[in-house]
Design a protein around this ligand. Structure first.
Ligand code: SF4
Length: 158
């Protein structure tokens, strides 16, 4: 998996102060996509175990109380990203006490649940923002999502 950017302290992508990873690769081809460069899975840099360790360390940093990890893109559930994203969300839940995970994907929740690997990934996710971006449903006043067809789904009681 490649990634485009990592922000260790971010206030824009989810509730509270967060660490946010933007991964490369997306197959949804939404008209009006805010970041067409992110579609190419070869964009950005290789995401290594060292990067993963750094994210875990940031979430466990006692000096900065981050609320959790946000995963965006591109699409974290792009087919080639799934194995590494599963490993990352598993580690966050086992090694970072009380940290939540938000994940943005162009797949709907129903599509995620129909696939064994995506379904396993979202079982570790606290907030899922699902669905493709639809330009005719764009509304700049929406919170955490770009178009009204998308859903902000609280999977757990965080
Ligand atoms: S799912 Fe997101 S990144 Fe992918 S094409 Fe749609 S808006 Fe762009």
């Amino acid at each position: 998996m490649n990634y485009l950017a990592y922000q260790s302290s971010d206030l824009l992508n989810g509730n509270g102060l967060r660490s946010t990873l933007f991964v490369s690769g997306c197959s949804h081809g939404c008209v009006g996509c805010y970041n067409v460069d992110s579609w190419n899975p070869k964009e950005g840099q290789l995401f290594t175990e060292e990067h993963e360790n750094n994210i875990i360390a940031d979430l466990n940093d006692p000096k900065i109380n981050r609320q959790g990890l946000s995963l965006s893109g591109g699409d974290p559930l792009y087919k080639r990203n799934r194995r590494q994203i599963l490993q990352l969300v598993k580690r966050v839940k086992s090694e970072c006490a009380n940290k939540d995970i938000w994940l943005w994907t162009g797949f709907t929740k129903e599509e995620c649940l129909a696939d064994s690997l995506m379904s396993e990934i979202i079982s570790y996710v606290d907030v899922l923002v699902d669905g493709k971006f639809e330009q005719d449903k764009y509304d700049p006043n929406l919170k955490w999502k770009g178009s009204s067809n998308q859903n902000v789904i609280f999977m757990s009681k965080i």
